[in-house]
Design a protein around this ligand. Structure first.
Ligand SMILES: O=C(O)CCC(=O)C(=O)O
Ligand SMILES: [Fe+2]
Length: 340
């Protein structure tokens, strides 16, 4: 045997990288999907069914320092042994969008570029998907007329359907929508808002799961004009507070696998945000996925969610080689199935 010099080790074949998960061969196909979505690998599905990873969540309900806030925290909800794999799986296997839309502010059209990747699945309570994937009327079971929606609703792929079932069992709520955000790095964000649209009904419950990089999730009380604060009218169920009495901002550093359930009067009274994060955290590899489960009651919800989370633009898919979301060109969908 010849003696090995330093160059030999330089030319050593590198060990193939251990895959982050074993891809399942079973996939959810649907005509509305750009490409099929695999089922969760069996070990994830098995572990998920025993979520929450820690038995009880911590409820924060109407605490004096956070009036009308009603949330339950599970830290973690998805076990640490699989949360990294579930993150890598969803980033790799879902299709995403970078939605650009125009809003009219004070008579002037303003172009808004959503500062994160998004995707959405589901349909409001007036419709449902039959077992063959067809969209049918919730009451009659008859196929929904193409004119009912301006968008094309998509069923939850099996993986997100499994996750929804577990979350429904934990929370005692039912959900018909799943929104997914991908924050590529610290410059991706979601601005202060509340998910208080009328199509969600009064006091909506929203379950929100974090995967990947730790990011700050902030709650800020809605400002209430002093004139309202002085009004004896019970019309607004919002806490009537003048600016100097505003409660503090609540900052939660959410890690991979954590779940926050927002419910009751939270959306009515509080705004929430994931602010941009400057500095080192801007490095590639700091991606975060957020999954929210919600229940839209009427058609307007379906149209709103698809307009702002799918839009009309380009499909993106994770590029493992490039280490970032790449415009998807229709190649590499894996099994040659063309969805039309
Ligand atoms: O990313 C998050 O944790 C929050 C997302 C959110 O608030 C939303 O999608 O409405
Ligand atoms: Fe939100």
């Amino acid at each position: 045997m010849s003696k090995r010099g330093p160059l030999d080790s330089f030319f050593q074949p590198t060990q193939p990288k251990k895959p982050k998960y074993e891809a399942s061969v079973e996939k959810t196909h649907h005509a509305s999907y750009p490409f099929p979505v695999p089922h969760f690998p069996a070990p994830f599905a098995e572990q998920l069914s025993s979520s929450p990873a820690v038995s009880a969540g911590t409820a924060m309900v109407n605490r004096p320092e956070f009036p009308h806030l009603d949330i339950v925290l599970h830290r973690p909800y998805i076990a640490a042994s699989i949360s990294g794999g579930v993150f890598a799986f969803l980033r790799q296997e879902l299709f995403f969008y970078r939605v650009v839309y125009t809003i009219n502010r004070g008579g002037i059209d303003t172009v808004v570029k959503t500062p994160r990747f998004t995707t959405v699945f589901g349909v409001d309570a007036t419709s449902r998907f039959a077992s063959d994937g067809a969209l049918v009327d919730a009451k009659t079971g008859r196929p929904v007329d193409a004119a009912r929606y301006k968008c094309t609703p998509r069923p939850l792929p099996a993986c997100l359907h499994d996750l929804r079932r577990v979350v429904e069992a934990t929370t005692g709520e039912t959900f018909n929508f799943c929104l997914v955000n991908y924050y590529a790095d610290g410059s991706d964000s979601i601005a202060y808002h509340s998910d208080d649209e009328r199509f969600l009904g009064d006091n909506p419950a929203i379950a929100s799961i974090s995967l990947g990089a730790r990011r700050e999730f902030c709650f800020k009380h809605k400002p209430v004009p002093p004139s309202d604060a002085a009004s004896p009218s019970p019309a607004a169920q919002t806490q009537t507070l003048v600016p100097s009495q505003q409660p503090k901002v609540l900052k939660l550093a959410l890690g991979s696998g954590d779940m926050v359930l927002m419910r009751g009067s939270t959306q009515k009274n509080w705004l929430h945000a994931v602010p941009k994060r400057a500095g080192v955290a801007n490095a590639v590899g700091q991606g975060r996925i957020n999954i929210t489960f919600r229940k839209a009651l009427v058609r307007g919800g379906t149209e709103n969610y698809y307009a702002y989370n799918v839009g009309k633009g380009q499909v993106f898919r994770w590029g493992e080689r490039e280490g970032k979301m790449m415009p998807w060109t229709g190649e590499g969908s894996g099994d040659g199935v063309v969805c039309v």
